[in-house]
Design a binder for this molecule. Structure first.
Ligand code: SF4
Length: 374
């Protein structure tokens, strides 16, 4: 079982909080699509003979792709890789690009899951983050997508925006529940150094995120969504029954994936590799039929620690038998006293060989995982 990730490194404008890899000049997008197609062909053996169950167009902004771009990439994937009979094919997009016409094109080309960057339903806050769409555009996009036939839609929201109280967060949640997407991802605003917000923070134009305020908003999120039937299957991800993202779940379960495009990462069960995070270097390399990447060697300890960090964020938890069989680590033995203490405090429990965090444990997930590092 394996996944394919395609990175589309373009955005119309930089959102003030974002430090992903992208450029705002679309001049070379045709060359980029050709290079991505070539890399797909050159990397066909990376996953061995594993069947591809999920394809994910992320970015950047994949909704900037034109019909012929997506068609080219999809044809190469279908031609070169062994796909399951009904793969999950996700495309990330922004409401300002996802016109009814574009949605129809994406649907016809085999996209069966949309992940729409809404972030907030408040126009003032959208402007503050330098988002390019309005509340109405987000709502219209959702309804258009439904009308066209998308039955699996994920919407993203950001919390811990500098509201005076929780009213606006509650109204964002009310609005998203009125739409009732199959999936909701919600992340805490973070202020990264090389972003506009990072710069503003340094100049004292904005305050750091108030952690208590953020924790309160997270609890409101958890309480509101779970009461309405959404299952929190990962700390930041909620789904109606049967609609967990298969692609992201595979990352958290230590499965193989191949990332294509600048800055994309791959993992084949043995090692990880990272493509260069530079469009010009990536295009130059591919023009010479060489993929510019570096191998990231992970020691067995690194692999265990990474697995702890990701698996403990999920509802499935950490597979203690996998740790024993693959890495010869008996976590219950190594951290016996600490785990007993966490269990007494109602932060963790064990269920059929899996170590799982309780709701209160999830609030401390990163701390608990790092305490368990070997
Ligand atoms: S948040 Fe999305 S749209 Fe905004 S700059 Fe980052 S990748 Fe681009």
């Amino acid at each position: 079982m394996a996944g394919l990730y395609i990175h589309i490194p373009y955005c119309k404008k930089a959102c003030h909080y974002c430090d992903f890899h992208f450029t705002q000049s679309l001049k070379q997008i045709n060359d980029m699509v050709d290079a991505i197609c070539l890399e797909l062909e050159m990397q066909k053996d990376f996953l061995g003979n594993d069947t591809v169950y999920t394809i994910y167009f992320g970015g950047g902004t994949p909704s900037l792709l034109e019909e012929e771009h997506l068609r080219k990439i999809m044809r190469v994937i279908q031609h070169v890789y062994s796909l399951s009979s009904n793969p999950e094919v996700t495309l990330e997009g922004n409401p300002d690009d996802l016109t009814a016409e574009k949605l129809q094109i994406f649907f016809s080309e085999g996209i069966n899951r949309l992940s729409i960057g809404v972030q907030s339903f408040n126009d003032e806050k959208l402007k503050w983050m330098n988002r390019q769409h309005s509340q109405m555009q987000a709502i219209d996009t959702f309804h258009n997508a439904r009308q066209i036939g998308f039955e699996n839609i994920s919407l993203d929201l950001i919390y811990a925006l500098p509201y005076k109280n929780h009213d606006l967060w509650q109204s964002d949640l009310k609005q998203i529940l009125a739409l009732r997407p199959e999936h909701i991802s919600s992340y805490c605003l973070t202020i990264e150094p090389k972003t506009a917000f990072g710069n503003w923070l340094q100049k004292g134009k904005i305050k750091p995120i108030d952690e208590d305020f953020a924790a309160e908003q997270f609890e409101i999120l958890l309480d509101t969504l779970t009461k309405k039937g959404y299952d929190q299957y990962e700390i930041s991800n909620f789904a109606l029954p049967g609609y967990e993202s298969q692609h992201n779940s595979a990352y958290w379960k230590d499965e193989k994936y191949l990332g294509i495009g600048p800055s994309a990462h791959s993992y084949n069960g043995k090692f990880r590799k990272a493509n260069v995070s530079n469009n010009a270097k990536y295009l130059k390399g591919l023009a010479e039929k060489k993929i510019p990447f570096e191998i990231i060697t992970l020691s067995p300890e690194d692999q265990v620690n990474e697995y702890l960090l990701t698996s403990l964020r999920t509802k499935w938890g950490c597979d203690l038998n996998l740790l024993k069989a693959k890495y010869e680590v008996d976590l219950l033995h190594v951290h016996k006293a600490y785990l007993n203490k966490l269990a007494r405090q109602d932060f963790v429990f064990e269920d059929e060989g899996f170590l799982i965090l309780t709701n209160s444990g999830k609030l401390l997930a990163d701390k608990i995982a790092s305490d368990l590092f070997i």
